[in-house]
Design a binder for this molecule. Sequence first.
Ligand SMILES: Nc1nc2c(ncn2[C@@H]2O[C@H](COP(=O)(O)OP(=O)(O)OP(=O)(O)O)[C@@H](O)[C@H]2O)c(=O)[nH]1
Ligand SMILES: [Mg+2]
Length: 324
Amino acid sequence: MPTNVTAQYRAAEAAYRAAKTIDERRAALEEMLATVPKHKGTEKLQADIKRRLARLRQEAERRPSHKGHSVHVEPEGAAQVVLLGPPNAGKSSLLAALTHATPNIADYPFATTKPQPGMMRFEDVQIQLVDLPPITAEHMDTWLPNVVQTSDAAVLLADPSNQDTLAGIEIIRERMAAVHLPLVGELPEGVDPREMPLPTLLVITKADLVGPGDLEVLEELYGQIYRTVRFSATKHIGHQQFRIDLWKLLQLIRVYTKPPGKKAERSDPFVLHIGSTVHDLADRIHADLAGKLAYARVWGGKIEGQRVSRDFELRDRDLVELAT
Ligand SMILES: Nc1nc2c(ncn2[C@@H]2O[C@H](COP(=O)(O)OP(=O)(O)OP(=O)(O)O)[C@@H](O)[C@H]2O)c(=O)[nH]1
Ligand SMILES: [Mg+2]
C-alpha cells in the first residue's frame, strides 16, 4: 500500500471495507479509482481496483436479483434512441457531450450498469438518447432487449482505437438479430411481423485519437450498411453532424399549426412520420378533429396558404391551418 495516497482515497478505502452491499462496494471502489494518485508507483494498485470492480460486476450478474423484465425507460420527446456498443466505446461520453445527463464515464469496461436517458436538442425538437451497459459475447443484461424494443432507432458506437472493435460490433449485430431486433441501415419494406428492425446510425468514436486510416477502415466496412459519422466526445468533432444524421435516420417531419386568421408561429412542432397527411395531423391533435375537418391550408411549398385536402402529404416544417 503506497503511503502517498490522499485523505480522500483513504476515506474511500475505509468506506469499501465498511460496505455491506454490492452497490456500496462498487461506489467505494469507483471513488478509490477516482482519487488514487495516478503515477507509476500506483499502477499496480489501480489495476487491482479495476480487477475488484470487474469481479464485483460478475458477482452482481450471477445474482438472480435483476428484476430483469421490469426495466423500462419511458419514451420522451420526438423519438427514443438507444446507444449500443462494446465496453469502453464511448457511449456514456456521447450522452454526456450531447445532453445534460451526467452518466458514469470510466476507462474500465462495464462502467454503465443501468439505462440512463438524456434529452438532446436538435433545432426545435428534443430527442431522447438512452445510454446502456455494453454488450459482449459473454454478457448482455436480460432486461436490455426490453428497453431496446421501445426505441425508434439505435446508435451503434465503434471505437477505432480498440483492436477488438470489429469483433465487438459483429457480436452486437448478431445478438440483437437473435432477439429479433436486427440493426438495419433503413427500415425494409414488408417486415416480418416477428422482427422489429431498428434503423441504426454507426458512430465512429474517439475520432480525436486515431488517424484518418483507422476511421476509413470502419467506414469502408459498414458504410454500405449504415449511415456513419465520425465523432469525438472530448474534441468538438461530429456533434452537429450526429444530430443531423440521427434526424435523417428517424424519418420524421415537424409540422406547425395555427388557428385560422391567427398569426403564424413556427415553434413547438408536432412530430410525425414522413408520409403523414393532414388527416394524420388532425388525428394527432384530437381524435374528434379529424372527423370534423372542413379544409386545411398549408404554408411551406411553392403556393403559400395552399388549400389542400385531408390526404395531402405534409413536409418537414410545413405550417398548417386546420378549419372545422
Ligand atoms: N480521447 C477520447 N476519449 C474518449 C472519447 N469518448 C470516450 N473516451 C474515453 O473512453 C473511456 C470510456 O468511455 P465511456 O463513455 O465510459 O465508454 P462506455 O461505452 O460508456 O463504456 P461502458 O459503459 O463500460 O460500456 C473513458 O476513459 C472516456 O474518457 C473521445 O471521444 N475521445
Ligand atoms: Mg457507459
